[in-house]
Design a protein. Structure first.
Length: 462
């Protein structure tokens, strides 16, 4: 309790909602100088203490602050401790300022500090991932990343899901979701003699490991890092990214999609409520068309559309649009098709369902037509595929046959077939890429800018 009361007087976050109450109170703040300007009598520091997005204006006057001449020379980036009196500022943009009695330099900042008072390009900032968290853009992005992660947990907890921690090192790379990174302690590739006595890799998805828990608890999810060794150098692909993967027993594809939609609306509502300053900043300075907030508001108030893969193929052909990759039934859609489907056909988030079985994973439920599977991709404008999910094949014979058709090594996945041998039920799940969701919610156009230290091909700076 003592700490919480202190917090009001010792952080900008504590002061903002209590400013009226604190008028005239002695406060003490520790933070970093964003800007500092002064004349020979009075100076102003924009201080950011990290506790909230807003800076706090510190006013220092020559006749009140003993080390006035020194303070006037404090450079952008240095850390300081300020004590003084909170003053309500009528009519100003900031609701209050602090009239300093003492300003102590905690850590000086070299003049070579790269974050000077001007706008820096995101590419330049990508070269200094250890300093960019001190910029407005990255403070907003990483605050929202934290809120979104916690919000996802809240959504699942409130709805009775159990959180399962699936492993990062795995012995099966048979999911088909993507290329995997090998984990080895040897140089000669002799996996039999290797640490685990077999080939091991970093997980591409926690799904297969979480499914057994759905057949115990009913509703579960896993949420953790996943790794893909595809050489895709795009703004949407990372080699390491976080995925949230719920799995529900007694749930078909329709139920699966209902969970996806409810989850996204819950999270977006929460971000709009918890991070208004961050969103306003991103809307004005980062989102290309400055339509971020209106887009998020419309998402929570709309019903997501559903169209089948086959309908989408027909619509794309009918459109007469010249695509780089011509459209035909059976193809996997490219970015250009996804963009067209989302932005021109559906004009918002859209579930694409019932894909040809040959372009999807082995475990997806075969539809009665024998050609398509009960799979679903959620596409959103600006990002493309945000979620991939499906109803799983619960029929032992059908799954077994599909694994044979694909010439899969069944020994490593016999345990997965057990789930169909012992009390199998209809079940479904999906994978949401956390970074793709963040791109959507923040309006940031490159996945490298929603990860603290992004890993992409030829990029492992820190
Ligand atoms: O569609 P994916 O490959 O599906 C799976 O891995 C399933 N096992 C999920 C499940 O049903 N439990 O990946 C799911 C999501 C994609 O929709 C996308 O948002 C994200 O993960 N994703 C990536 N995000 C960033 N970089 C990459 N390289 C990604 N690959 C997939
Ligand atoms: Mg997918």
């Amino acid at each position: 309790m003592k700490y919480l009361i202190d917090e009001i007087y010792k952080s900008v976050r504590g002061l903002v909602p209590n400013a009226e109450l604190c008028d005239g109170a002695e406060v003490e703040l520790e933070g970093w100088v964003r800007t500092n300007r002064s004349s020979n009598k009075i100076g102003f520091i924009a201080l950011n203490d990290g506790s909230c997005f807003q800076n706090c204006q510190i006013v220092y006057e020559e006749d009140k602050v003993a080390n006035y001449a020194d303070v006037a020379k404090f450079l952008t980036g240095c850390s300081v401790k300020v004590s003084g009196k909170l003053i309500i500022t009528e009519g100003a943009k900031q609701p209050f300022e602090v009239n300093a009695a003492e300003i102590e330099l905690l850590g000086d900042c070299d003049a070579s500090y790269p974050l000077q008072k001007k706008r820096h390009g995101l590419e330049f900032l990508r070269e200094i991932p250890h300093l960019r968290p001190r910029t407005n853009t990255f403070m907003a992005v990483f605050k929202i990343r934290s809120v979104v992660s916690q919000s996802l947990h809240e959504f699942f907890r409130q709805n009775g899901f159990v959180y399962i921690h699936t492993p990062i090192i795995t012995g099966n790379d048979a999911e088909g979701a993507g290329e995997c990174f090998t984990v080895t302690t040897r140089e000669d590739g002799n996996y039999r003699e290797d640490f685990f006595g077999k080939h091991a890799c970093l997980t591409v998805s926690g799904q297969l490991h979480v499914e057994p828990f759905a057949l115990s608890f009913g509703k579960v999810y896993t949420f953790g890092p996943t790794f893909r060794a595809e050489n895709s150098n795009t703004p949407y692909h990372a080699s390491e990214f976080w995925m949230i993967e719920p799995e529900m027993a007694f749930c078909d594809l329709k139920g699966d999609m209902a969970v996806m939609e409810a989850m996204l609306k819950y999270v977006i509502n929460d971000v709009m409520k918890s991070c208004p300053d961050e969103l306003e900043f991103l809307n004005n300075f980062v989102a290309e068309k400055h339509d971020l907030i209106s887009k998020l508001e419309s998402v929570v108030n709309s019903d997501f559309k559903v169209i089948t893969y086959t309908e989408a193929v027909d619509e794309l052909i009918k459109s007469g649009e010249k695509f780089e990759n011509p459209v035909s039934w059976g193809m996997d859609f490219n970015k250009e098709h996804e963009v067209y489907i989302c932005e021109k056909i559906a004009k918002g988030p859209v579930f694409l369902i019932d894909f040809p079985k040959d372009i999807k994973a082995f475990y997806m439920k075969l539809n009665p037509d024998g050609k398509t599977v009960a799979a679903c991709d959620l596409l959103v404008p600006g990002v493309g595929e945000l979620i991939g999910g499906s109803q799983r094949e619960e029929n032992f014979e059908l799954l077994d046959r599909r694994m044979d058709e694909l010439k899969m090594e069944k020994e490593t996945l016999d345990w997965y077939l057990d789930l169909r041998r012992y009390g199998g039920v209809i079940h479904s799940g999906f994978g949401l890429g956390l970074e793709r969701l963040l791109m959507y919610v923040t309006g940031v156009a490159n996945i490298r800018d929603v990860q603290a230290y992004s890993r992409t091909p030829k990029n492992l700076k820190f």
